[in-house]
Design a protein around this ligand. Sequence first.
Ligand code: ZN
Length: 121
Amino acid sequence: MSESDLTVSPDPRMVRGLEIAARMRVRQDGDAWIVPSQSGDGRYRVHPDEERCTCPDFATRGLRCKHQWAVEFVRQREVAPDGTETVTEAVRVTYSQEWSRLQPGAGARAQAVPTAAPRTV
Ligand SMILES: [Zn+2]
């Protein structure tokens, strides 16, 4: 009996990243992105190009954390065809490539993405 067929749950950190991208203010700061902690206690710096984050989770695991996911979702939103945000046109090309490389399941992600109201940064 194969359990792998039944457990197609998304990475919990990806889901957290979705929540952060939808509800919290993620902004770019040079090469880094500033992502607030979900607990509202501090913020972390994500370096997407280096796939690094300053949070304890990433320091411990060395794997993609929810903050990195959040940055990916925010960047994806900015370049979405139906999106109204055109804030960082300088990064558009690079990010779309990186996103397609990183996402494991486009279908699941598309379903999970809430249609967040466009934010004025
Ligand atoms: Zn992190």
